[in-house]
Design a protein around this ligand. Structure first.
Ligand code: ZN
Length: 507
């Protein structure tokens, strides 16, 4: 309570002016501010660093955790501020702290004492009682680190539900996941359920694989003892799907490759680290068409999508996503034009154009409605399109920036975004570029090739004028259709190319 008052005072004083700040605060107390770095609730395990920063009267002695010293920084290291103290403590085995605030004691040269506590709470984890959790929901995912921006943290990948995770730390609403001895990731609170104490950190030997195809897909099945976390990458040159399973050690003594495989070429594995098992699935077609990873019981099932039999628009199922809608207006132009209206208008024209070429079209929205991006991804998962084009309108603070751009997340899906980009450039729009590793929800699905088209900048007067012109919208729609056709044509040319042709070249 006293600390709250102190902060209030400090804000008031800082309004009066920095010169008076030190003097006035001195009369109120020694400590102006205390925080942990990062300044949020944390779980730390032995070996982790607890970092504390205090703003107090210069020239004092400051301690935390019952006597551990904080060092007063040279003002050159503290944005010219005096009286900034910092301390680091490495959590030791056996340390206990259960969701407690951190208290700092400051002693002035005249021996006056003051204490203050952080508003956030810290827990020291006991590694002898591993904290486990399971993933929940249909869109659980892991992040690489603690980053955040309008697209969210950079995603390492999606996980099925009920995957068991070993949590070894927490920063705010993100939990650190120990994937393997040397690998960690972060998982948001909302996609996990904490398990009660007493569980074992999951590990598994891998069983022998079954590799087979049915009338629609090729599959790889790997029996495990538990639903372990995994990550995957769809790579090119040669085209292959690489899946790492964490906590798994090989006892795969054979890999049965049955008849009927169409997309899978050679498959094998390597034990990358004692607790990282890597599946390498070579794909027959140079253009990969996507995949999905699920658990059936505790068996890991990798389902590989085959390229459409006829690589032509006729008979192809194309998903068209009109960005935003309803309460989600998107960007707005200087004339008042709204992104949600423009994307819908272009999407409807694109649908018409695709249908006229014999394609089946699935729309994520057909009207002026609010549809959450997560719901769009789940809808598309159910509808299972052959490919997806998501339509948006770009915007930036600099009105001179203009042009069209396309976006992909996974390297293997880049060719679709390149073909769409080239098509969009033919409308006469300037080129803003082709952007990869794009952490956008509708670029997230691995199940089918997908691309985001940021048609043009609504924040640029010239681009906006074109975006709201029905004739130009029609031109965009027609070019996007041509872009999809060009992608199909190029894929046809590559044919059963990547892995097989490289095998042939080697012989
Ligand atoms: Zn948008």
């Amino acid at each position: 309570m006293g600390f709250v008052l102190l902060r209030y005072w400090c804000r008031l004083i800082c309004l009066i002016g920095l010169l008076f700040c030190h003097e006035a605060t001195y009369s109120q107390g020694l400590i102006q501010r205390i925080e942990t770095v990062l300044a949020t609730d944390q779980w730390l395990q032995p070996g982790d660093r607890l970092q504390v920063r205090v703003q107090a009267q210069p020239g004092c002695q400051a301690t935390f955790l019952g006597g551990k010293p904080l060092v007063e920084l040279d003002p050159r290291l503290a944005k010219s501020q005096r009286g900034v103290y910092q301390g680091t403590y490495i959590v030791q085995p056996g340390d206990t702290l259960h969701d407690r605030a951190i208290t700092v004691t400051v002693m002035a040269p005249d021996s006056t004492l003051a204490t203050a506590t952080t508003s956030n709470k810290i827990r020291f984890l006991n590694p002898n009682e591993p904290q486990l959790a399971v993933t929940k929901g249909s869109l659980a995912y892991l992040n690489y680190g603690l980053g955040e921006d309008r697209l969210g943290g950079a995603k390492l990948g999606y996980l099925d539900s009920l995957v068991v995770l070993h949590l070894t730390g927490r920063v705010g609403n993100l939990y650190r996941v120990q994937l393997a001895a040397t690998q960690t990731a972060w998982v948001p609170q909302e996609v996990i359920r904490l398990l009660p104490p007493g569980g074992f950190v999951p590990t598994s030997l891998t069983g022998s694989w079954s590799v087979y195809g049915d009338s629609l897909y090729d599959y790889v099945q790997v029996p495990l003892d538990a639903r372990l976390p995994y990550r995957s990458q769809l790579l090119t040159e040669p085209t292959r799907l690489v899946v790492d399973v964490f906590g798994a050690t090989s006892n795969t003594n054979w890999i049965t490759q049955r008849d009927g495989l169409q997309a899978l070429g050679d498959v094998h594995y390597e034990q990358l680290e004692p607790d990282v098992f890597r599946l390498v699935l070579n794909l027959k077609h140079e253009q990969a068409w996507g995949y999905r990873i699920d658990y059936k019981g505790n068996t890991l099932v990798i389902r590989v999508k085959r390229p459409p039999a006829k690589l032509q628009l006729r008979g192809l199922t194309v998903a068209v996503d009109a960005g935003h809608g309803g309460t989600n207006v998107g960007a707005t132009g200087s004339t008042g034009a709204r992104e949600k209206d423009i994307t819908l208008a272009i999407a409807q024209r694109l649908r018409q154009d695709l249908i006229s070429r014999g394609a089946r079209v699935l729309m994520t929205r057909e009207t002026e409605t609010t549809v959450d991006n997560g719901d769009r991804v789940l809808l598309l998962r159910r509808l299972n399109p052959d490919l997806l084009v998501s339509i948006h309108v770009n915007s930036t603070g600099s009105p001179s920036v203009q042009g069209t751009s396309t976006y992909y997340r996974y390297l293997a899906f880049r060719p679709l975004s390149v073909a769409l980009y080239e098509a969009m450039r033919r409308t006469g729009l300037k080129g803003f570029g082709n952007v990869g590793s794009f952490n956008f929800g509708l670029n997230g699905p691995t199940e089918y090739p997908n691309a985001l088209v940021e048609t043009a900048f609504i924040s640029n007067a010239e681009d906006e004028k074109r975006l709201i012109d029905p004739q130009f919208q029609q031109q965009i729609a027609e070019q996007l259709t041509k872009g999809v056709e060009e992608f199909l044509r190029r894929t046809r040319q590559k044919g059963v190319g990547g892995w097989l042709s490289k095998k042939a070249a080697e012989q």
